[in-house]
Design a protein. Structure first.
Length: 383
């Protein structure tokens, strides 16, 4: 296919976080960029910031460029990134996330190039997220990237629910719904991960395991989930908490477990540098306040693990065909009890149904084609 121009995708992030933990957003951005690249005839480059140093990484045909952060580092300010965007010849500028300085640089570059600016909010426009630290976000909208949200020519949402969030906040620009994709994990990968986690946590051996695998953040209702789990006996079930310590530290989470004298039925680990633990799980739990997509939910299903999530995630399809559970938080405990009461064979059947569904419905190739068509639409002259 003939080249369609160059596309810059920006990700706020740092090298340490990028290599220690492929958080859902970073993984999704780079995979989508890779799919948009040569297979669809685009030239795609990912630009991001780094806490220390910079450099280039070649991932197949995809170039990832990292630029050192300047003061204030928390806002991902970077003179190098700004200069790179001032020099870009991109036909489309696509920025991921809100509230940080690179969005201002992206808006500047799009205006200079007369190129469409596309913004992916990545869950930051859900009602819960929008109200969390609301004053800081109003300041960011006015001073960190002034006018950027209104200047966007288009939005990229990863679910129809996220598209509705964008509309609810009054934005009327075109929205492309292009979900993250999912791939089938190789059986040997799941077996190797299972062996790693059994070695790391011997208590997992021979027991049914419920898995929480996400960031340690109040948005995920981690503390509430632990309290719910400990509210009554769960029989032989074991709760494995793994992920990225963030708002809650690993020591803090382990302190909750110790204080509840629950070390024989719950364990917590920093998942950085370890394989995803889907291979040890019989049930996946994520009672989030909100998710724009929830890549870990999709990954769990792709691994054949049924999920119990809240209806503030875009996974209502779990409730069809007995694939799993997507329920209000007020009903979460009742459904948790029901899920834990199912036998291993019944859970495996649910997991197999969820796996077939998610692999059929969520394709990186399809989403990349939809996003590429959206870019072309935005770049066409108005009639």
């Amino acid at each position: 296919m003939e080249k369609q121009g160059q596309l810059n995708l920006e990700v706020e992030g740092d090298d340490e976080g990028y290599t220690r933990w492929l958080a859902g957003r970073r993984l999704a951005v780079t995979e989508m960029a890779r799919r948009l690249n040569l297979p669809l005839g685009h030239e795609v480059e990912v630009l991001t910031t780094a806490v220390e140093g910079g450099g280039r990484t070649q991932a197949g045909s995809l170039m990832v460029r990292r630029f050192p952060r300047d003061w204030p580092g928390r806002l991902c300010a970077s003179a190098g990134l700004r200069a790179a965007l001032r020099a870009t010849t991109a036909d489309v500028i696509h920025h991921h996330s809100l509230w940080l300085r690179p969005l201002h640089y992206a808006r500047e570059a799009a205006r200079r190039r007369s190129a469409p600016l596309v913004i992916s909010p990545r869950g930051m426009m859900s009602p819960w997220a929008w109200q969390h630290h609301a004053l800081r976000k109003r300041v960011a909208a006015a001073f960190i990237h002034p006018g950027a949200l209104a200047a966007a020519q288009g939005w990229h949402a990863t679910s129809v629910e996220e598209a509705a969030d964008i509309r609810r906040l009054g934005f009327r620009q075109p929205v492309c719904v292009a979900p993250n994709g999912v791939t089938l994990p190789p059986a040997e990968q799941l077996l190797a991960a299972r062996a790693t986690w059994h070695e790391r946590c011997p208590a997992l051996r021979g027991r049914p395991v419920a898995l929480f695998y996400s960031r340690f953040h109040r948005k995920k209702r981690l503390r509430e989930l632990l309290q719910l789990w400990l509210a009554e006996s769960r029989g032989d079930w074991f709760l494995l908490i793994a992920g990225l310590p963030e708002e809650y530290t690993l020591a803090e989470v382990r302190g909750w477990i110790t204080a509840a004298h629950a070390a024989e039925r719950v364990a917590a680990f920093d998942g950085s540098g370890l394989p995803a633990p889907y291979g040890v799980a019989s049930l996946f739990l994520l009672p989030s306040h909100s998710e724009n997509f929830g890549l870990v939910i999709a990954e769990a299903m792709a691994a054949g693990v049924p999920a119990l999530v809240t209806d503030q995630t875009p996974w209502g399809g779990l409730n069809r065909d007995d694939r799993g559970w997507c329920v209000p938080w007020n009903d979460y405990h009742r459904n948790l009890v029901a899920a834990l009461a199912e036998g291993p064979d019944q859970l495996r059947v649910r997991g197999a149904r969820a796996q077939r569904w998610v692999l059929e419905e969520y394709s990186w190739a399809n989403s990349a084609r939809d996003l590429a068509a959206f870019y072309r639409q935005l770049g066409e002259p108005s009639p």
